[in-house]
Design a protein around this ligand. Structure first.
Ligand SMILES: Nc1ncnc2c1ncn2[C@@H]1O[C@H](COP(=O)(O)OP(=O)(O)OP(=O)(O)O)[C@@H](O)[C@H]1O
Ligand SMILES: [Mg+2]
Length: 359
């Protein structure tokens, strides 16, 4: 079995990201009867509350084909960085520069440590390790992401780190150049070390190459299978944040679905004037969103008078949300679209090509 789709939901706080991720995952797991997982990437996990079971840092089964996890990113960052960090330190110490200055050694000890890794990088490390491992076990992976700002960091770190930094900067040529420079400094500072030959730099490079390969696998999974989704409610601030989130994220992966959640339904309105006016205002917001994001598929979820919690509540919510939609309609197909800068579009337009050919 291999991964078929990775669905990531992000959006403003409290709009229903966790509810929608959980409900959609449950629906897909029941329709396909294939192993599906929801992982929380929000530090303030609340999947446990939504499913009404204790989850925590291990994969927990919550229904026939559905599994959930609320990871502690601190546990995963060690797997990711411990070896690289100790090799980096060994390499620096091997130069013997630090022996000349105890302050420098203290500084290295202080800086090159897992504790200094920012939380978004820790989450990103878990994201890589998790997708790498779950790819073999689960067909459908759902990521319940934190609100927009942190979601961008989570998606950006692997993209930036792997595509920009590691692929472009960490090449055989840079490896070679670094080795020459390193050996030069090493000889200069520590001539006796010349005799014991092997430096830790080679091992550090091997470790970095492994990190790079893992990052490339993650990048490949996202490029092929990701569907990035925005969750919104029909209120001005949420609509504006959704539009901004789309603008921000599209440079990484184009979001392709918006969920408009907590819409007041006709049954609820009855003759209530307040609710009727509220709903009119909501319709205005929905229209604004649809106008601002014209190419996005919009799913509408109604405000339920009972919170959609527990497997039964989530199932009812998902049935309402998706009606008779097929698995393909719910999950979408194909890789995430690539955003093309307007300037590039102009350059590639037939007229521009013609112009170029003439000149
Ligand atoms: N359509 C709905 N009808 C009624 N209650 C809802 C609906 N959608 C979500 N809720 C409730 O709204 C609250 C917030 O939902 P949820 O936790 O899914 O939002 P979130 O976007 O994940 O929040 P956070 O930003 O805190 O992670 C929960 O109590 C949930 O049960
Ligand atoms: Mg949440």
């Amino acid at each position: 079995m291999g991964i078929k789709r990775v669905v990531i939901c992000t959006g403003k706080g409290g709009v229903g990201k966790t509810t929608i991720s959980a409900a959609t995952a449950l629906k897909i797991s029941e329709m396909t009867k294939e192993k599906t997982i929801v992982a929380s990437f929000d530090i303030a996990h609340n999947l446990s509350d939504i499913f009404g079971v204790e989850i925590g840092d291990k994969v927990t089964q919550v229904s026939d084909y559905l599994y959930v996890i609320e990871p502690d990113p601190d546990n995963y960052i060690h797997q990711y960085t411990d070896r690289a960090f100790s090799l980096a330190k060994a390499t620096i110490y091997d130069l013997a520069v630090t022996r000349l200055s105890p302050t420098l050694k203290n500084l290295v000890e202080l800086l090159v440590t897992t504790e200094n890794v920012p939380i978004s990088a820790k989450q990103a490390a878990f994201f890589q390790i998790f997708l790498d491992a779950s790819g073999h076990e689960f067909s459908y992976v759902f990521g319940d992401f934190p609100p927009t700002g942190s979601a961008k960091a989570l998606l950006e770190i692997p993209v930036f780190f792997i595509d920009e930094l590691v692929k472009k900067a960490f090449t055989r040529t840079t490896e070679g150049a670094l080795t020459i420079a390193y050996e030069g400094i090493r000889r200069l500072l520590n001539p006796t070390k010349l005799l014991d030959g092997r430096s830790p730099l080679g091992d550090l490079f091997t470790e970095l190459r492994e990190i790079k390969a893992r990052g490339e696998r993650l990048s490949e999974i996202l490029t092929k299978y990701l569907s990035l989704r925005l969750v919104c409610i029909p209120e001005h601030a949420a609509v504006m944040e959704t539009v901004r989130a789309n603008d921000d994220l599209k440079h990484l992966y184009c979001p392709d679905v918006v969920y408009m959640n907590k819409i007041i339904s006709d049954e609820v309105i009855a003759d209530n004037k307040f609710l009727k006016e509220k709903r009119e205002e909501q319709e205005q917001r929905i229209k604004e969103l649809e106008e601002m994001l014209p190419n996005m598929k919009v799913y509408k979820g109604f405000l339920r008078h009972r919170e959609p919690i527990t497997v039964d509540g989530l199932r009812m919510f998902a049935d309402d949300l998706y009606g008779n939609a097929t698995v393909e309609e719910i999950l979408g197909i194909g890789p995430p679209k690539k955003y093309i800068e307007p300037s590039e579009k102009v350059l590639d337009s037939p007229k521009a090509v013609e112009k170029k050919a003439k000149s």
